[in-house]
Design a protein around this ligand. Structure first.
Ligand code: EPZ
Length: 429
C-alpha cells in the first residue's frame, strides 16, 4: 500500500483552495434516496468515502454520475425507485455513515434492513439515539443477527424527539426521516454543526419544511413528497482547520480560500492565543508564522461551536513544539488519543490519562516511520512531520484518502517536501 513521505523543515507559502465538506457530502448523498427526481450536488469532494457511499446507493437503486461541472466536481444522484432496502454488513462496516440510509429508506418505502455499524477505533460509537429517534417517529425496530429491521408501513409520524446529549449523526438521521413524516417533528438538544444547516438547506430546496437547523431546536413540518434540487456542498471546516494548523506548524504564510473562517472560530482563537498570525477574509483565512516558538494553550473538545474533536489530533501535533505544557481534553470520543504514541515516535513528550493528554513541548521532532488508525490521527502525523528533522514515512495512507482530497498536491504546491510512495502490501502493518 502507498505511503506518504515527508521531509520536514520547508516553510509553506501559497494558496490552498478548500474542498467541499466530506461530512456534509455523505449525508446529502443519502438525501437523494428521499426523492424519485435527480439531486445535483456541486462542490463535491472526490474522496474514498464519497465513492464508497456512491457504491452503496447504487446497490439500493440510485444512478450515480460523477462529472466535472462549471465550478468543479459534481455528482448527480437519481433514485427513480428503491430496488433494494438492504444495506449489508460489508458495506456499512467500512463506513459508519452508511448507516444513515436507514431513515430515508423507511421514510420512502416503509421498510429497511440495515446492518449495525459496530465499534470503531476512536470509540464504541453506539447508534442507540438513532434507533430511539426512529422509534419515536413510529417505526418498529427489531435487531437480529447484527441487522436493524425497521418497518413503518403506514408512514412515519411527526413527534417530539429530545436527545439526551448532542449527536451529529442522530440529529441528521432524525431529520432525514422526519421530512417525509405525517405532521410536525421537533428535535430538542439537536446538534448545531454547520453540516446540519447544510443538510436542512438542501432538503428545503427539495421541498422540505425544516426550520432552526444550526440551533438546538429544529422544527420539521412533514411533506408528502420531495423533488429534485441543485445544491452546493459547504466548505470542509476540518480540512480548513487542518491546513491552518499545518501552516502554523511549518511556518510561513498560507491563504486558505473557498472556505469560511467563521466555521473554525474556536480553533482560530486558540491559534492566536498560541501566537499564530490569523487574518480572516470573506472567502477564507490567512495563517502566518515567522519564526519564534508558540505558547502552549489548553483545549477541550465540545460539540459545535466548541473545539471540534476532528481537529484535536492536529492541534496536539502543533502543541508538541510549543513552549510549556498543553492540556488537551477529549470529551466526545473515549479513545481518541491513538495518535499520541505515534507522535511520541517523532520525539513528542505526551502522557495520556483517561480523556486528558498532557503535551510538554520539546525543542525539536525527528522524522520516523509512523502509522495511525484513523483519518484525523493520520493527518496529525503529516503535520508533525512538516516540522520534524529528516524524513517521516506515514503508513496506512488509505485513512488520509478517505477524507482529504489531493492532500500531498495541496501541501506540495505551497513548498512542502511531500510525496506519495507506492509500496507493497506486505510491509505495511
Ligand atoms: C460525526 O460522527 C462525524 N462523522 C465525526 O467525524 C465527528 O467526529 C463527530 O460527528 C463529532 O463531531 C460524520 O459526520 C460522518 P456523534 P457521529 O453522533 O455523528 C455518542 C471524521 O473523522 N453516540 O455526534 O458518529 C458517540 O459514541 C469523523 O470525519 C451515542 O452514544 O458523532 C460519541 O461519543 C470521525 N449514541 C458522541 O455520541 C448514538 O446513538 C457523539 O457522536 C450516537 C452517538
Amino acid at each position: 500500500m502507498d505511503r506518504i513521505a515527508i521531509i520536514g523543515g520547508a516553510r509553506l507559502e501559497g494558496v490552498i483552495p478548500i474542498s467541499g465538506a466530506k461530512n456534509s457530502a455523505i449525508k446529502l448523498m443519502a438525501a437523494s434516496l428521499l426523492t424519485d427526481e435527480p439531486l445535483r450536488l456541486t462542490n463535491m469532494p472526490r474522496l474514498a468515502d464519497t465513492r464508497f457511499l456512491g457504491r452503496l446507493l447504487q446497490r439500493l437503486g440510485t444512478e450515480v454520475e460523477e462529472r466535472e461541472g462549471e465550478n468543479g466536481a459534481e455528482t448527480l444522484l437519481h433514485t427513480r425507485e428503491i430496488v433494494s432496502g438492504i444495506a449489508p454488513y460489508d458495506l456499512v462496516r467500512q463506513m459508519r455513515a452508511s448507516f444513515n440510509v436507514l431513515g430515508p429508506l423507511i421514510a420512502r418505502t416503509g421498510q429497511a434492513k440495515v446492518s449495525l455499524p459496530g465499534g470503531c477505533t476512536i470509540g464504541a460509537r453506539p447508534v442507540d439515539l438513532h434507533l430511539e429517534a426512529l422509534r419515536t417517529l413510529g417505526a418498529t425496530i427489531d435487531l437480529h443477527e447484527g441487522y436493524v429491521y425497521a418497518q413503518a408501513p403506514r408512514g412515519l409520524i411527526g413527534a417530539e424527539i429530545v436527545f439526551p446529549f448532542v449527536s451529529v449523526g442522530a440529529t441528521e438521521h432524525a431529520m432525514l426521516a422526519a421530512v417525509l413524516a405525517h405532521g410536525e417533528t421537533v428535535l430538542t438538544n439537536a446538534a448545531c454543526e454547520p453540516e446540519l444547516a447544510d443538510l436542512a438547506d438542501c432538503l428545503n430546496k427539495m421541498g422540505a419544511k425544516v426550520t432552526g437547523a444550526g440551533t438546538p431546536t429544529i422544527r420539521i413540518e412533514g411533506v408528502a413528497r420531495l423533488g429534485g434540487a441543485t445544491h452546493a456542498v459547504i466548505p470542509d471546516r476540518i480540512e480548513t482547520g487542518t491546513f491552518a494548523l499545518a501552516a502554523a506548524m511549518a511556518g510561513g504564510e498560507v491563504r486558505l480560500t473557498r472556505t469560511r473562517s467563521d466555521f473554525i472560530d474556536t480553533l482560530l482563537d486558540k491559534m492566536e492565543e498560541a501566537g499564530v498570525g490569523v487574518t480572516r477574509h470573506e472567502d477564507g483565512v490567512t495563517i502566518r508564522r515567522n519564526g519564534g516558538r508558540l505558547q502552549a494553550v489548553e483545549i477541550e473538545t465540545d460539540p459545535y461551536p466548541g473545539f471540534a474533536t476532528d481537529l484535536q489530533a492536529q492541534f496536539m501535533a502543533l502543541m508538541t513544539l510549543a513552549d510549556g505544557e498543553s492540556v488537551i481534553r477529549e470529551t466526545i470520543f473515549e479513545n481518541r488519543f491513538m495518535h499520541a504514541p505515534e507522535l511520541a515516535r517523532l520525539g513528542a513528550d505526551i502522557s495520556v490519562s483517561g480523556g486528558e493528554a498532557r503535551v510538554r513541548g520539546v525543542e525539536a521532532l525527528e522524522g520516523a516511520p509512523v502509522m495511525a488508525t484513523d483519518l484525523r490521527a493520520s493527518v496529525s502525523l503529516v503535520i508533525a512531520a512538516l516540522a520534524a528533522r529528516g524524513e517521516t514515512l506515514v503508513n496506512r495512507v488509505y485513512h488520509l484518502d478517505r477524507g482529504f482530497e489531493r492532500l500531498e498536491e495541496k501541501l506540495g504546491a505551497c513548498g512542502a517536501q511531500i510525496r506519495r510512495v507506492a509500496g507493497d502490501s506486505e510491509s505495511e502493518d
